[in-house]
Design a protein around this ligand. Structure first.
Ligand code: ADP
Length: 268
């Protein structure tokens, strides 16, 4: 009827009566299906790089018969696949750690401004490598009550994506600051952009718009699912405006009850 799944149990009640207990297992079954899909996806995603690697290993088992150029390609490809698997395992561990932390409290102020400067510093080599123009407008007057690890994961994944999906000499703009009673983080890029039909699925685990190109960049399709998860914890929703070929802007707003005034932590 309405798509609900009920599990019925019959128990003796008296000599001539049965007690029927109906349990609504819709949610339970849904979770079971999601878990099975997830395991199938992880297995599939790990299988691809492993197949590539074992193919190469078989080839170079007799090194004398392998041309140097082929050997070089084999090694380069194998390290690329190894890096991908490492990324994937790191991200899966982060996801499961975050899922286990649902009881996190909201008492510790996280100084997002300082955190963003640190993230941008760490990413500077990538930015310079691609000759990107990086513009940052960061307001230090507001802090977020929440999880440092999750906020870092959210912001650093979004900024890393902007860098990854923007061609050389593009522009990236990072903003953090108050908007009325809320606070908004955003990162805009002049990169590849995303066609509208992909937007609703971006935060699905392992979802990638361009599977081939993205495995080239070591992409796993897990980044935005981590962002979504990290933001949910702060009652925020990941939003995106994007135009194919023109660029994207990913942003989220932290609600007023999770904001506190930030006492200056900067030593200038
Ligand atoms: P990945 O590891 O592939 O980057 P994500 O979950 O972080 O996985 O992102 C999912 C997909 O969304 C990416 O494969 C990419 O196609 C698209 N995407 C994410 N961020 C951007 C961006 N800033 N510009 C263009 N495409 C993006």
């Amino acid at each position: 009827g309405d798509g609900r799944e009920l599990e019925l149990r019959f128990m003796p009640y008296s000599d001539h009566e049965l007690l029927v207990v109906a349990r609504d297992v819709t949610q339970l079954r849904k979770l079971e299906r999601m878990r099975k899909d997830f395991v199938a996806n992880v297995s599939h995603e790990l299988k691809t790089p492993l197949t590539v690697m074992s193919g190469y290993l078989e080839l170079i088992e007799e090194p004398a018969t392998v041309a140097p150029a082929v050997m070089r390609k084999a090694v380069v490809d194998m390290s690329k696949q190894t890096r991908r698997m490492q990324n994937m395992v790191d991200q899966l561990l982060l996801l499961s750690r975050m899922e286990a932390q649902i009881q996190d409290t909201y008492t510790k102020p996280v100084h997002l401004g300082a955190m963003l400067r640190q993230i941008l510093d760490e990413l500077r080599p990538l930015v310079e490598d691609k000759k990107l123009y990086l513009d940052a407008h960061i307001d230090d007057s507001v802090a977020v009550l929440g999880s440092e690890e999750k906020l870092r994961a959210a912001c650093s994944n979004l900024i890393t994506n902007a860098i990854k999906y923007t061609p050389v000499e593009g522009q990236i703009t990072v903003r953090w600051g108050k908007i009325g009673p809320m606070a908004e983080f955003s990162v805009a890029d002049t990169g590849a952009g995303i066609a509208p039909e992909h937007l609703p699925r971006l935060t699905e685990r392992f979802y990638r718009v361009d599977k081939d190109r993205s495995s080239d960049t070591g992409g796993t399709g897990l980044g935005l699912s981590i962002v979504k998860h990290a933001l949910e914890h702060h009652r925020a929703i990941l939003q995106v405006d994007s135009r194919k070929g023109q660029g994207s802007r990913f942003w989220f707003r932290i609600p007023p009850e999770l904001l506190v005034e930030s006492v200056a932590t900067k030593v200038s």
